[in-house]
Design a protein around this ligand. Structure first.
Ligand code: GLU
Length: 449
C-alpha cells in the first residue's frame, strides 16, 4: 500500500490524466488533496478503500442540448449541464449557474466543492451542480422563461426531492427558479421540494435569499472575535453586487462596519461615505442595471473600470470576495495586503487563486475559505427542503437563528479540526479535512458502489 504522500501524488496524476483541459476542476481537486495528508496518515483505511480515487470521479455527468427561441423568432442553442458528484450523505444538492463562462470544468469544480461544503453544514445533502453557457444579460423576461422551460424539459428526468435538488447560483435567482419550477410541475406534479431558492409565495423559505451573504458575515465575525477583533467601525470591501454581495453588505452595515466599495463584472464603485445599499438594490435588483449607474445618484462616489481587488486605492480592513472564481490573483493579493486587509471571507466559490491563498495564510491573514464561509446559502436550502417535506413554513427569525447556529458550528469544526491535525489557524485545511472525513467514513460504510 502506498504511503499518504505517494497516494495523494498518484491520485492527482490520475485525475490530471483523466481531466486534461479542465483547470478549474483540477484546481479544486488539488486544493483538497493538499490538505489531506495528515488525515490519510491517521486513517490508512481511506487509502486501502481508494476513497480519493472514488471521490474525485463524479457519480454522473449529464450534458444536454437546450434549444430556445428569442423574441424575434430566431432559434438558439445552448448547452445544459448537471454534475451529480456525490450522493453518499444525501440527495445531490447545489445550484444552477447561467453564465457564458460555464463549461464542464467549471460545473465539476463547483460540484466538487459542494460535496465538502454540504458535508460541513451537518445537513443530509450530497454534492451536485449544474447550469448552462446561456447568457441572461440583456434577455427579456419571456426569453428567460422560454430558456428555463427548455432547460427543465430535459433536466426534469434526473431530479427529485430525494434524488437531486437544484437551486440558484450566478444568473439564477427567484425569477428563474419560478420558471424552472413551473415547467417541472407541468411535466410532473406539485413537488416543491424538487428545487430550493423558490419565491416565498410558492414554498420558498424566508431567509434563503439573504442566507449566503449573511452567513459569510457570521463566519467572518467568528474569525474576528476569536482574534480579539470586531466588525464595528471597520472598513470593508465587497466584490460583486448580486445576491451574495448585497446581503453580505446588508449584514456588514447592520453590524456597524462601513462598506466602501462594491463591483460588477465591468468595474467597481468607491464611496468613502459608505455604500448606499438601497441604491445598489434599486440598480441591481429592481432595474437589473450596471453598478456604474451608482455615481449618477451619488456624484461624490467614484467609478473605476477593472478589477476591484487590484484597483482599490483606499485602505480598508476586511475583504469579502462575493463575485466569482479567480477574482483574486497573486498580484491582487499582494496589493490587498498593502492596503491593510487583515481578514478575508469568501462569499463566492474559489475567488482566490492558489498562490493568493498561500500568501494570505503565510502572512497570517484571517482567511475563511468559501466551502465554509459561504455554506449558509446551501444550509438554508436544506432548511427549505425540511419545510417543504413538513408542508410548513418557519419565520424569518427561526431560519436566521438556525443559520447562525450552523455557521458557528462550521467555524468551530474547521478550527478544531485544523488544531487536531497540527495546523492551528488554517481554516482551509480544517474545513477540507472536516468536510472530507464525514463523506469518506460514510462511503466506507456503504461499500464499493
Ligand atoms: N449555489 C449556492 C452555493 O454555491 C447554493 C446552492 C444551493 O442552495 O443548493 O452553495
Amino acid at each position: 500500500m502506498l504511503d499518504a504522500k505517494n497516494y495523494v501524488n498518484h491520485i492527482f496524476e490520475e485525475v490530471k490524466k483523466r481531466n486534461a483541459g479542465q483547470p478549474e476542476f483540477l484546481h479544486a481537486v488539488e486544493e483538497l488533496l493538499d490538505s489531506l495528508e495528515p488525515v490519510l496518515e491517521e486513517h490508512p483505511e481511506y487509502i486501502e478503500e481508494n476513497i480519493l480515487g472514488r471521490i474525485t470521479e463524479p457519480e454522473r455527468v449529464i450534458e444536454f442540448r437546450v434549444p430556445w427561441t428569442d423574441d424575434e423568432g430566431r432559434v438558439h442553442v445552448n448547452r445544459g449541464y448537471r454534475v451529480q458528484f456525490n450522493s453518499t450523505i444525501g440527495p445531490y444538492k447545489g445550484g444552477l449557474r447561467f453564465h457564458p463562462s460555464v463549461n464542464q470544468s467549471i460545473v465539476k469544480f463547483l460540484a466538487f466543492e459542494q460535496i465538502f461544503k454540504n458535508s460541513l453544514t451537518g445537513q443530509a445533502i450530497g454534492g451536485g451542480k449544474g447550469g448552462s453557457d446561456f447568457d441572461p444579460k440583456g434577455k427579456s423576461d419571456r426569453e428567460i422563461m422560454r430558456f428555463c422551460q427548455s432547460y427543465m424539459t430535459e433536466l426534469q428526468a434526473y431530479i427529485g426531492p430525494d434524488r437531486d435538488v437544484p437551486a440558484g447560483d450566478i444568473g439564477v435567482g427567484a425569477r428563474e427558479i419560478g420558471y424552472l419550477y413551473g415547467q417541472y410541475k407541468k411535466l410532473n406534479q406539485f413537488e416543491p421540494g424538487v428545487l430550493t431558492g423558490k419565491p416565498v409565495s410558492m414554498g420558498g423559505s424566508l431567509g434563503r435569499t439573504e442566507a449566503t451573504g449573511y452567513g459569510t458575515v457570521y463566519f467572518a465575525e467568528h474569525m474576528l472575535q476569536d482574534n480579539g477583533q470586531s466588525l464595528a467601525g471597520k472598513r470593508a470591501v465587497v466584490s460583486g453586487s448580486g445576491n451574495v454581495a448585497i446581503y453580505a453588505m446588508e449584514k456588514l452595515i447592520e453590524k456597524g462596519a462601513m462598506v466602501i466599495a462594491c463591483s460588477d463584472s465591468s468595474g467597481f464603485v468607491v464611496d468613502t461615505n459608505g455604500i448606499d445599499l438601497d441604491l445598489v438594490k434599486e440598480i441591481k435588483l429592481t432595474k437589473r442595471g450596471r453598478i456604474k449607474e451608482y455615481t449618477q445618484s451619488r456624484p461624490d462616489a467614484k467609478y473605476y473600470e477593472g478589477n476591484i481587488w487590484s484597483g482599490m486605492e483606499e485602505t480598508y480592513d476586511y475583504a469579502f470576495p462575493c463575485a466569482t472564481q479567480g477574482e483574486i490573483n497573486l498580484q491582487a493579493a499582494q496589493h490587498m495586503l498593502e492596503k491593510g486587509v487583515t481578514c478575508l471571507a469568501e462569499g463566492a466559490n474559489m475567488p482566490c487563486d492558489a498562490d493568493a491563498v498561500q500568501l494570505f495564510i503565510e502572512k497570517g491573514l484571517l482567511y475563511g475559505p468559501g466551502k465554509a464561509a459561504n455554506a449558509g446559502g446551501v444550509a438554508v436550502s436544506s432548511l427549505e427542503m425540511q419545510q417543504n417535506s413538513q408542508r410548513t413554513s418557519w419565520t424569518f427569525e427561526d431560519v436566521d437563528t438556525q443559520l447562525q447556529h450552523i455557521m458557528k458550528d462550521i467555524y468551530q469544526k474547521a478550527k478544531e479540526t485544523a488544531k487536531k491535525y497540527g495546523k492551528e489557524g488554517n481554516l482551509l485545511q480544517g474545513a477540507n479535512i472536516a468536510g472530507f472525513v464525514r463523506v469518506a467514513d460514510a462511503m466506507i460504510r456503504q461499500g464499493v458502489i
